[in-house]
Design a protein around this ligand. Structure first.
Ligand code: HOZ
Length: 426
């Protein structure tokens, strides 16, 4: 018998390609029907068939304080009564910008946009305008949204669906993108040696989350910083996922490596469509209206989005929040590792702060090639066993899972219980 989600997916497919507005949501990699969601509260999401799930997707990162946090909702309700969008500056934008500048070590000035994709596209344009160079270096499996020149060997949905080099990206665009293995400083040094004066930027997720979570080697991040400093290449950290997530100041504060520019999104919008890019004043002042690099947006700095972001950051700024996230995440992952060790299932769990991926892999997962060696069939079976047990995980081996402040000890223990059963049944 069809459930409501199944019927809705069929209906959606008539009007929306694949029935979804973002590919990973279609569950193609894991099979089955994605639950259609009606509402969410705290650590839980609810579907049209009346099921409740403990949610480890958290809208792919933004819901770090939990769904429908009363402080965020109250502020949004107040903001709603004043107006939805003005296309003109507001005071709240200054407050959000100030908080970002004070929190993120590399950011002296920041511009708000509407998505992470927009943030990375704009950051790369600015780096090109600033340096007068065209080429960029990115890393296999790092995903920076779906801008043409960044959709090369891309992770996330592109890897999940086996299309890391998308059709529709002109060769001329891809030619300016050099793709190298993550965590491999020598490969970067070699590439830079042969073309240093043509390379505008090196862009990376300092903690990649889009080929599953990968731990960066500190020497790799430090080496990139040094290399960029020596050659005038702009180092861009895409912290759309890791910003305000792995630490208040993002991965750059955690590893003590300061890029020239940083891209943000997700958490700073608290669940509304938001992105931002920022960096050194000297670079940011090249943006219109001050400088010759153009970038604009009707809904950029939208008052509702800014309100949700601001309130989320205010909650996160309270003492002890990151320690709580760390404690819950450490507990879940440590216990999950113990469970896996008790069975014959070969897994490796990578975690940085409240971001984690359980890889079905028999070796350490340190980059794209090792991530691709994971057993995606075992992952799919595990995913569905967890879903049946009402645990909602990211529906792909090549994505991160997110823990929020709303996840209680009871949630974590229930998750582990379901996981233990799943490991046995695999
Ligand atoms: N590309 C996102 C995960 N890395 C998925 C976004 C979505 O489907 O909402």
């Amino acid at each position: 018998m069809s459930n409501k989600s199944e019927l809705l997916l069929e209906k959606a497919k008539k009007y929306i390609p694949g029935g979804v507005n973002s590919p990973v949501r279609a569950f193609k990699a894991v099979g089955g029907i994605p639950p259609f969601i009606t509402s969410a509260l705290g650590s839980k999401i609810y579907d049209v068939d009346g099921k409740e799930y403990i949610d480890y997707v958290g809208s792919w990162g933004p819901m770090i304080v939990g769904h429908r946090h009363p402080q965020v909702i109250e502020a949004l309700q107040k903001a709603l009564t004043k107006g939805l969008s003005y296309g003109a500056p507001t005071e709240a934008e200054i407050e959000l910008a100030r908080m970002i500048v004070e929190a993120v070590p590399s950011i002296e000035m920041v511009r708000m946009v509407n998505s992470g994709t927009e943030a990375t596209m704009s950051a790369v344009r600015l780096a090109r305008g600033y340096t007068g160079r065209d080429k960029i270096i990115k890393f296999s499996g790092c995903y920076h949204g779906h801008g043409d020149f960044l959709l090369v060997k891309a992770g996330s949905g592109a890897t999940t669906l086996g299309i890391p080099d998308s059709k529709g990206v002109p060769d001329d665009f891809a030619r300016n993108t050099i793709t190298l293995p993550f965590n491999n400083l020598d490969a970067v040094k070699r590439a830079v040696k042969s073309e240093a004066l043509k390379i505008a930027a090196i862009i990376l997720e300092p903690v990649p989350g889009n080929m599953g979570v990968i731990l960066p080697q500190e020497e790799f991040l430090c080496g990139l910083q040094e290399l960029c400093h020596e050659t005038g290449i702009v180092l861009i950290f895409d912290e759309v996922m890791s910003g305000f997530r792995v630490a208040w100041g993002g991965a750059q504060s955690l590893y003590g490596v300061i890029p020239d520019m940083t891209c943000l999104g997700k958490v700073i919008g608290g669940g509304m469509p938001v992105g931002a890019f920022g960096g050194k004043k000297e670079i940011m002042e090249n943006l219109a209206p001050l400088g010759p690099v153009y970038q604009a947006g009707t809904l950029s700095g939208n008052p509702l989005a800014v309100t949700a972001g601001l309130e989320t950051l205010k909650i996160l700024a309270q003492p002890g929040t990151y320690a709580t996230l760390e404690k819950s995440s450490e507990y879940l992952v440590k216990e999950a590792k113990k469970l896996a060790q008790k069975t014959s299932v070969k897994t490796h769990i990578n975690r940085v702060g409240s971001l984690f991926t359980l890889f079905f892999a028999s070796q350490e997962v340190i980059d794209y090639d090792t991530a691709l060696k994971s057993d995606t069939v075992a992952f799919s079976r595990y995913f569905h066993l967890m879903l049946k047990g009402e645990i909602y995980l990211a529906p792909s081996q090549f994505e991160a899972n997110f823990i929020s402040l709303a996840h209680s000890q009871e949630d974590l223990d229930k998750t582990l219980e379901v996981m233990a059963k799943a490991f046995k049944e695999l």
